[in-house]
Write a protein that binds this ligand. Structure first.
Ligand code: PLP
Ligand code: SF4
Length: 458
């Protein structure tokens, strides 16, 4: 019995399903018992969360377990090492103490590099000597804002680099309880024109809550662009269409654009299927009707979207929906990275094969991009020179603006999947080498004439 009055169109209420509902999900969608068992096992270590929309509109159950949407949200057995799986099976025995089981799970998580690049700990600005938690300021013009109430998502991507915070590891404490610190910081830093609101997913917040975090930004004249990072169009498009406060959300977005600011929804789409439902298309159309712009980005992930045809279709579909293809990312080394990793050499060919056959207007996309400690580095291609084979790289974003746009190169490797795995090119300009080797001032560590590209925190 509910006292709430619901509008007749609101047929679906958001409800998250986790490991505790696995039996129910399995019964409804017909997951075979062995697959159920492996999901249950792996979800003791890695986060698992889905919802009705993802289950019934995105996953193709006739193609499970290979289906890319199933791979996107359901933990897979091969995500854990054989010996970790075996110890988890042993722990499931009835005579294991719960504290022992928890400790074992924690040890397995520790081996999965739960805090890549120290995301939240680095670039946290301060004001009058006090650290402002929930903020990150790395590039001159852009501040990242993590509202405390938006640190979860409508479903979890198995490849998420923030997975550790979803299983209760420290992380949430870096989020901001409210915008007071952000606003004070922005008044003191007029060079910041962009605020990027991120999470988790800020769109898990009610409109009222979201407004309480964002409305004060409208009084800061120097803020010209408000970006909102979200996967809600893919995972819960009802947020923009039929949720109780969907209309309020759109009205608030309209108000933001009416102030002359650019409101950009940075939409995370991993696969063209996510744009294929009527609700997703309506969500995009409604967002665009507010005057907001939609930019699209996603990482390249084995088992999910590691084919050129998938990306070509994804970018075309985004363009057709009025959105702008923006970044193809390289996945970071965290969580079940061994399962998802795509070598840079392959990433370049997937990107180029997909890009070559795009209409010009979709060629706004850039990639494959590594969001690394010194900045965003794009792999422009592979070059065969008289002195060997190289990756052509370029900084798209850097702490030091003078490095942006500068091309450099690193020796080719068929297996490397991150900047840190590339041997350094001795001909790299010193400032780029220094930036890549360690922005915190660490000296490049040299191993022979071609040093190893290191990031300072590893
Ligand atoms: C990617 C990113 C930005 C935004 O960069 P753009 O190239 O302007 O999209 C800002 N801050 C951090 C830390 C980032 O990783
Ligand atoms: S939507 Fe983004 S933050 Fe949420 S689980 Fe997926 S990758 Fe992680």
């Amino acid at each position: 019995m509910s006292l709430m009055v619901r509008s007749p169109v609101e047929t679906e209420r958001f409800r998250a399903w986790g490991p505790h509902q696995l039996d129910e999900i399995a019964a409804r969608y017909g997951i075979p018992p062995d697959l159920q068992e492996s999901i249950r096992l792996v979800s003791r270590v890695l986060p698992f969360r889905v919802n009705e929309y993802v289950l019934s509109h995105l996953i193709d159950w006739s193609d499970v377990p290979d289906d890319p949407m199933f791979q996107l949200v359901f933990p897979q057995l091969e995500m854990l090492r054989e010996q970790d799986r075996r110890s988890l099976v042993r722990l499931t025995g009835t005579d294991t103490r719960r504290s022992d089981a928890r400790a074992a799970v924690r040890r397995i998580r520790e081996r999965l590099n739960p805090h890549p690049s120290g995301q939240r700990e680095y670039n946290v600005p301060s004001l009058d000597g006090e650290r402002l938690s929930g903020l990150q300021h790395k590039y001159r013009e852009t501040v990242l804002y993590f509202p405390g109430h938006g640190q979860t998502c409508h479903a979890y991507c198995t490849y998420c680099f923030r997975w550790a915070q979803f299983v209760g590891e420290p992380g949430l404490r870096f989020a901001a309880r409210g915008p007071t610190g952000l606003i004070a910081y922005l008044h003191r830093h007029p060079e910041v024109s962009d605020v990027l609101v991120t999470g988790g997913d800020p769109m898990v917040m009610s409109t009222e809550r979201l407004r309480s975090h964002l409305e004060p930004l409208l009084d800061v004249e120097t803020v010209r662009t408000i970006r909102i990072g979200t996967k809600a169009v893919a995972y819960w498009p009802q947020r923009f269409v039929t949720d109780r406060d969907a209309d309020d959300l759109l009205r608030f977005m309209e108000r933001m654009t009416a102030t002359g600011r650019q409101v950009a929804v940075m939409a995370h789409f991993s696969h063209p299927r996510e744009l294929g439902t009527g609700t997703a298309r309506r969500a995009l159309a409604r967002i665009l009707s507010t005057g907001a712009v939609v930019y699209c980005q996603a990482p390249l992930i084995a088992h999910v979207n590691d084919r050129a045809a998938t990306w070509n279709e994804l970018w075309r579909t985004e363009l057709a929906a009025g959105a702008v293809p923006y970044y193809m990312f390289v996945e970071r080394d965290t969580g079940p990275h061994g399962y998802f990793r795509v070598p840079l050499a392959r990433a370049v060919s997937v990107f180029q094969d997909a890009y070559r056959l795009l209409p010009g207007l979709a060629r706004t996309v850039r990639g494959p991009v590594m969001s690394a400690t010194p900045g965003k580095v794009v792999v422009d291609g592979v070059e065969s020179a008289p002195d060997g084979k190289f990756f052509r790289l370029r900084m798209l974003q850097a702490r030091d603006p003078s490095l942006v746009g500068r091309p450099f190169r690193a020796p080719y490797s068929p297996t490397a999947s991150w900047l840190t795995e590339l041997g350094a090119d001795p001909s790299t300009p010193a400032d780029i080498a220094a930036a890549v080797h360690g922005a915190a001032g660490a000296a490049p560590s040299r191993a022979g004439s071609a040093g190893q590209w290191r990031e300072e925190h590893r």
